[in-house]
Structure formats: C-alpha cells, structure tokens
Ligand binder design. Structure first.
Ligand SMILES: Nc1ncnc2c1ncn2[C@@H]1O[C@H](COP(=O)(O)OP(=O)(O)OP(=O)(O)O)[C@@H](O)[C@H]1O
Length: 247
C-alpha cells in the first residue's frame, strides 16, 4: 500500500544544532502514529516541517505521493490540535470551531450548525457554542480545540501533546475521545506526546526520536517487547540509562 504521508531523509538544523538528521518514515492511510522522545528532540519541528511552517534543509515530504506545497488546498487536508488548545480569546467557541469553515463558501448558519455538531461529538453542550474560551475549563477548552481540529472532516490530523496540563481523568477522557473519533473518521494521524497513557490509547504505531534520528519504530503491540535500551528507558520513565538527563 502506498503511504499517506512519506518522509524521506528529512534534516533540519538551527545553527549548529542538528535537530533532525535524516528522518525517513511512512505513515499508512488510517494509521495512528505516535511520536515519542525527550524534550527538545525535534518532535514539534518534525510536525512543523510536514505542515510547511518550517522548511527542512534536506529531504522530501509527500502526501498521497504528491510533494508538499504551500498551496492552501494542501493545508485544507490537515486538522490540528495545538498544545494548550490555542483558541482565539475574542471569538465565541462556535466561531473558534468553525474558524476555517468561515473562510470558505459555507454560510454562517451552516458553519454554526457544523460547529455545534462537532461540539456535541466531543461531549460539549450546544450552550457552550456562545461562550468565550475564558469561560471554559482547561479540559473543555481542549475538547473545543478537538472539535475545531475535526470541524472540516480532515483526512489527516495532528495532535500536539493533547493531554498536557490536564488532570489524569480528563487526560483519559481526551485520549479515549481521540481514539474513538480517529477510528470513526478513518483519518490518518500523527500525535506527539510524553504521556505513555496517550501512546497506549491512541497509537497503532510508535516512533521514538532520539539524537535527530528514529531510534525505534514499530507497532504499539511490539513496544513493550522491544529490547532497545533507549526505548525501554523512555517508556519505563527511568532516570538511569543511555538517555542523558540534565540534573
Ligand atoms: N525556530 C527555531 N529556531 C531555533 N531553534 C529552534 C526553533 N524551533 C525549534 N528549535 C530547537 O529545536 C530543538 C527541538 O525543538 P522541538 O520543539 O521540536 O522539541 P520537542 O521534541 O517538540 O520538545 P518538547 O517535548 O519539549 O516540546 C530544540 O532544541 C529547539 O530549541
């Protein structure tokens, strides 16, 4: 099967900091890839390269075999849940959710209806549509961010640290919601996270980034059996091991 997203030899440095050093990775249609790795290993830089927000120094990015482009039609295929939800404070929730739809041809009324349908899908009452982000708890904001990510039924969704800042119960709820929505939409997803509970709830495959390279890549079921010492240290959360920790 041809890959939905195909990265080949992706490299990016900032000055002397060689963040990505030849990343090659295929993500199949309907796959849910979770990228793990320590702070500063380049997980966000990788997502930004795919979205065209950062230009890699070398390598290629293809979606359905076509080279990545800055054409708005290319970006329309992606939904994105940003860290911290990143809602616009001055807009009511429904306009946040329908933000991209409102730039298109759809009427305001239909956009609002679509926003309310997506809010409902993430467990938010239609009454939340007219509230402002500051009136919502952190967990509700994250759910609104998720509703926005799926508002245009994108083929590909990126989740950037979806559970950061949430309590364990809300994290579990968001993880399950992401898992359910992704499987019902059949979307291809890439998630970056530190949260091993998210990995187990969301991933079909896992890639671990370390030192600018893919250290381990495989189906989530094989992760616990893998004997790579870097992966073992990361998933076990051990201070001792080959990954250098700053004290
Ligand atoms: N625009 C930029 N200019 C200079 N350096 C950058 C830029 N963006 C990222 N970096 C550097 O690239 C490295 C990787 O950053 P990145 O945000 O991708 O890490 P990360 O793996 O997502 O980390 P975290 O888990 O802490 O969010 C860091 O050392 C960061 O300082």
């Amino acid at each position: 099967m041809t890959a939905k997203i195909s990265l080949d030899g992706l490299s990016k440095s900032f000055g002397t900091k060689h963040v990505l050093q030849g990343i090659s990775l295929n993500v199949a249609e309907g796959e849910s890839l979770v990228v793990i790795g320590g702070s500063g290993t380049g997980k966000s830089v990788l997502l930004k390269c795919i979205l065209g927000l950062i230009k890699p120094d070398a390598g290629t990015i293809r979606v359905d075999g076509a080279a990545q482009s800055t054409n708005p039609a290319f970006l329309d295929r992606f939904g994105m849940l940003f860290q911290g939800a990143a809602l616009f404070d001055s807009m009511p929730i429904w306009q946040n959710v329908a933000f991209r739809l409102l730039q298109g041809k759809i009427s305001r009324r239909d956009a609002r209806e679509r926003a309310i349908e997506k809010l409902r899908r993430v467990g938010l009452n239609p009454d939340t549509a007219d509230l402002f982000p500051s009136e919502l708890s952190g967990g509700m904001q994250k759910r609104a961010g998720l509703a926005r990510a799926i508002a245009s039924d994108p083929e590909i969704i990126f989740f950037d640290e979806p559970t950061t800042g949430l309590d364990p119960i809300m994290s579990g709820f968001i993880n399950d919601l992401i898992g359910e929505i992704v499987s019902e939409m059949g979307a291809t997803t890439i998630t970056i996270t530190h949260d091993m509970t998210s990995v187990r709830a969301i991933a079909t495959t896992v890639a671990m980034l370390h030192d600018g390279k893919i250290r381990w890549h495989g189906p989530v079921e094989e992760m616990d059996r893998a004997d790579d010492p870097y992966l073992r240290q990361f998933i076990g959360g051990h201070a001792q091991g080959p990954i250098e920790t700053l004290r």
